[in-house]
Design a protein around this ligand. Structure first.
Ligand code: C2E
Ligand code: CA
Ligand code: CA
Length: 835
């Protein structure tokens, strides 16, 4: 075949270039008419012609008819002849009619005068490549048909991450058509948070040709949310650069919800978290996934009432308002869902008849829709409800439906488990017959209550209740009747005792109740025995109540006529005592000497109160002192006694009598008065006495006094330099440790020990022990009630310092005491000699 020959004037280099071109390319030359004048072998071969069949033919011969007859064709030639250069992909016609694809450049040939004399065409045959590409296109088409049929969404993007293709599955899932999304970026389209985490890694992976898997929450056209799994496959070209990505997106919302929630919830349950915490967690997880909802979980009790269990984002007041809501046919979304045992989608609360009575609770909070689903036990009965609240009116979306479904299932597991645990707890800690706490729970609860009472410095009472003649019920009526009786008694207890009380069944017919101290004393009067009209009954009940109070409070007393008599007497005594204290008539102090056993000298004098009433006669201090306490006269009485004793001591001193000190008895209540130290100091000052002149006798009962000021006052008095004497030692409080806590300088052995000294070894041992205690604590010990020389002798032998009693003198009026003292001092030597 002919080679393409060129102008001989061309240089050698140009010649070489042209030869190379001739080998590589298709070359043809047309005249201005379009007639082929020359063509190289490549051209002729590519189109299936010889020089003979081709040369002299028009360019049209080599084109497909649709191009020749198109308007573009003459235009093409026209422009060429105006000097324009064309480079294009051209479809050309082979001699056999088939198409050939050429990438061709046409340019004009000019003569030396710059006139256009022809057109030269240089081309490469790309038919094979075009065929390949067309095949690829077709394959893509077929692939698209296949992917459209698939359930999953498929998204293809170009190198710039712009969508070039989505399948029908994508449209079905997200709602956007292909036209809606072409050219957009998936991240912007499906959710701004897509690829926020690890996005760079994903891109790097794709660029390296790796498939990237991700799980994301995305949203579709209507803001509908999906939990999806995305597998993105890069398509690289032969040089390894990214051409396209193909992503397969599958909806994993339901399994994912299940997995995430279930995992967290089961984990919480495995850690034994309380039910409300687990449910709270469910709510919070859901609200994290579905940011537009507020959740609420209500529990259903056996009586058909709902109670809030968790609702972390709804105001507490809303939960409180719903607490106790009775389920029913028109009870909001939750109450109705629980009632019907099926989900209720309240998509417009404002207009929903179910919400008619409740909407005013929720609308002000800004919620417009509420979907609720019953939480069902495996057996199908309702345990509670799980609800989603929306700020907008909402038609059900499948995402939220899945959420509801998954969550109510999980809540059911948690609630079921709680019930099972409660059953087990119940079996372990409750008596199966009566349902009351059994011994172990009773003890555990009682420990708690005791600890609380201790912390709050409160008292509490323990009632041990044993049914009378229970055995007879069992024996005569049978065990079933016995059980029935126990149950009805237990029911009474359950109803009567407060939530803070602890009641339990110990065994058989024994029950124990622990109550925080009843703060009431109860007096009971019975009709008709104690009175026939209300006035009398109340008066008598009042007396009985008074009696209950004086017997230690927190108890009850029945009225009795004996009580009535005593009460009447007390009333009379009380007003008499008031009178006596007011004008000092009938009240007197008598003095009993206390003798130093070592030398027979006077150690002091104890002042003892006497009351002689004009009509009632002599009244013992053992009667009127407690009375003064009860009717609030004791402080006044103490002040009087102190004043009187000090006055007497200073008078004696003025008369020249040597009396080292006077002892005054003070009752525990006197120490409640914070003013007592000041009052004592003033009294002393009034009579020019010193603290060493006065001893204050207190009894062990001050230790039982719970008034906090008592100890403070006692210590203050001690600090002022007064002696404190512990009276009636050995009779009351059994612990000796108080001797260290109370700043006493003297103890008085109770007279009962002295009285028994003669014929009771134990009394002797005890009096011996008391003097040893006194010695070791360096306290003066006084023996009281010494009535004879034997006792005096024995006590002296045991080492007692001081004695007091009828053996020396009974308590005497002041003048008699002065005379006694004069006699005593005169005969001191004798006493000492006999001592
Ligand atoms: P106390 O403080 O233990 O007084 C001693 C009691 O024993 C006095 O009874 C006294 O008369 C009596 N006594 C003295 N020596 C003998 C004895 O050898 N044999 C026997 N059997 N008894 C003897 P009194 O005077 O009837 O006082 C009874 C209680 O009344 C006192 O017991 C004291 O607790 C209280 N009391 C008396 N006066 C006052 C007072 O002014 N204020 C207060 N708060 N209590 C007083
Ligand atoms: Ca005394
Ligand atoms: Ca005494």
């Amino acid at each position: 075949m002919a080679a393409f020959s060129f102008d001989v004037s061309a240089s050698a280099a140009d010649q070489a270039l042209l030869i190379a071109l001739d080998r590589a390319m298709l070359i043809a030359e047309f005249d201005v008419e379009g007639i082929l004048r020359r063509a190289n072998r490549n051209f002729l071969e590519a189109l299936g012609y010889s020089e003979e069949t081709a040369l002299g033919r028009h360019h049209r011969l080599f084109c497909q008819p649709h191009e020749v007859y198109s308007a573009a064709y003459p235009l093409f030639w026209q422009r060429l002849l105006h000097g324009q250069v064309f480079s294009n992909l051209c479809e050309r016609r082979h001699a056999d009619g088939s198409s050939r694809w050429l990438e061709a450049t046409y340019s004009a040939i000019r003569n030396p005068d710059q006139q256009i004399v022809g057109v030269i065409k240089i081309a490469t045959d790309i038919t094979i490549r075009a065929a390949l590409e067309a095949g690829l296109h077709e394959r893509n088409q077929r692939l698209a048909m296949a992917t459209d049929a698939a359930d999953a969404s498929i998204v293809m993007c170009d190198q710039a991450w712009r969508i070039v293709y989505v399948n029908a599955g994508f449209t079905r899932m997200f709602g956007w058509s292909q036209e809606d999304v072409i050219g957009r970026e998936p991240v912007a389209l499906l959710g701004a948070h897509l690829f926020t985490e690890g996005g760079e890694d994903a891109v790097t992976g794709l660029l390296r040709g790796q498939t990237v898997h991700r799980e994301e929450i995305v949203h579709g056209r209507d803001d509908q949310r999906y939990w999806v799994s995305i597998a993105t496959q890069p398509v690289l070209d032969s040089r390894g650069s990214l051409q396209q990505t193909v992503s397969l997106i599958s909806d994993i919302t339901r399994p994912k919800l299940h997995e995430v929630l279930q995992q967290r919830v089961l984990e919480a349950m495995a850690h034994d978290q309380p039910l409300v915490d687990v449910l709270d967690l469910v709510c919070r997880e859901v609200e994290r996934i579905a940011t537009d909802v507020a959740t609420s979980i209500l529990g259903l009790d056996e009586t058909g009432h709902l109670h809030p269990l968790a609702a972390p984002h709804l105001p507490k007041s809303y939960g409180e308002a719903l607490d106790g809501l009775e389920i029913g046919a028109f009870a909001g979304s939750c109450g109705t869902a629980a009632y019907r045992n099926e989900p209720v989608m309240g998509d417009d609360i404002e207009r929903d008849p179910l919400w008619a009575d409740y909407k005013q609770l929720i609308l002000p909070l800004g919620y417009r829709a509420c979907w609720s689903s019953p939480i069902r036990a495996p057996e199908g009965h309702v345990l509670g409800t799980f609800a989603l609240y929306f700020k907008e009116k909402m038609q059900p979306t499948s995402f939220h439906e899945k959420l509801l479904d998954t969550c109510s299932h999980l809540c059911a597991i948690a609630m079921e488990r709680e019930q099972a645990r409660a059953r087990i707890r119940h079996l372990a800690f409750y008596d199966s017959l009566t349902g009351l706490p059994n011994r172990s729970l009773l003890l555990a609860k009682a420990d708690q209550v005791i600890a609380i009472a201790q912390r709050e410095k409160r008292s509490l009472s323990v009632l041990f209740i044993d049914l009378d003649r229970f055995k007879q019920v069992n024996d005569s009526l049978g065990h079933n009747a016995g059980d029935e009786l126990l149950c009805s008694i237990a029911n009474c207890f359950k109803q009567e005792f407060r939530a803070s009380d602890v009641v339990g069944r110990l065994s058989g017919d024994e029950f124990v109740a622990v109550l925080i101290a009843p703060t009431a004393s109860i007096g009971i009067a019975m009709f008709p025995a104690d009175g026939r009209d209300m006035e009398t009954l109340i008066q008598h009940a009042d007396m009985a109540m008074y009696e209950a109070k004086t017997s230690g409070r927190g108890c009850f007393r029945f009225f009795s006529h004996e009580m009535n008599k005593l009460a009447q007497e007390r009333l009379r005594l009380e007003s008499a005592l008031r009178e006596a204290l007011r004008d000092g008539r009938g009240l007197q102090l008598q003095y009993q000497p206390q003798i130093n056993l070592k030398n027979g000298k006077i150690y002091g004098a104890e002042a003892l109160a006497r009351w002689k009433h004009a009509e009632l006669g002599d009244i013992s201090p053992r009667n009127f002192i407690p009375l003064a306490e009860e009717c609030g006269l004791i402080s006044e009485f103490g002040r009087w006694a102190l004043d009187e004793a000090c006055r007497q001591l200073s008078q004696w001193r003025a008369q020249g009598l040597e009396i080292p000190a006077v002892s005054v008895n003070l009752s525990p209540t006197s120490f409640h008065n914070l003013d007592l130290p000041r009052m004592i100091i003033e009294t002393l000052a009034r009579y020019q006495l010193a603290p060493a002149d006065l001893t204050l006798e207190i009894t062990e009962s001050v230790l039982l006094d719970t008034n906090p000021t008592t100890f403070k006052t006692i210590h203050e008095i001690h600090a002022l330099g007064f002696r404190l004497s512990m009276d009636d030692f050995g009779t009351g409080y059994s612990s000796l440790s108080y001797l260290r806590r109370l700043p006493v300088s003297e103890i008085k052995l109770d007279q009962s020990f002295v009285a028994d000294l003669e014929h009771d070894d134990t009394a002797r041992t005890l009096s011996e022990a008391v003097i040893r205690i006194g010695e070791s604590l360096r306290l003066t010990v006084i023996a009281e009630g010494v009535e004879n020389a034997f006792q005096r002798q024995m006590l002296k032998a045991q080492g007692y310092d001081v004695a007091q009693g009828f053996h020396y003198s009974p308590p005497l009026p002041a003048e008699a005491f002065a005379r006694w003292l004069a006699d005593h001092q005169a005969g001191e030597e004798d006493v000492d000699a006999t001592g």
